[in-house]
Design a protein. Sequence first.
Length: 108
Amino acid sequence: MPTISQSKKDKVSEQILHYLFSTTPEAKFTSQISKEIARDEEFIRSLLEELKKKNLILEINKNPKGKDYLKRRRWRLSDTIYQIYQKKQNPQSNPNYNNLYNSQDIDL
């Protein structure tokens, strides 16, 4: 099997983070994430583990009733990462955001 470059892994990790941001506060199973990003489930799981080690996402290993999952895991963004991501995505809170319609340099 060919190896995947670190830059491609970073891009897929960014897609994972964006997907989790768009579905927040709902936690998603590994299989749902892999289906959405159209990548192999084992590959996505390894990237999720790396993101967890970097404290970017949280692993949820219990169902809503408090019972432990035996084989499945759900994932969501950590609260601090969600706040940072939200500030970067929100043009009102980010003065460096270049909004085409509000730009002073363009005559409409």
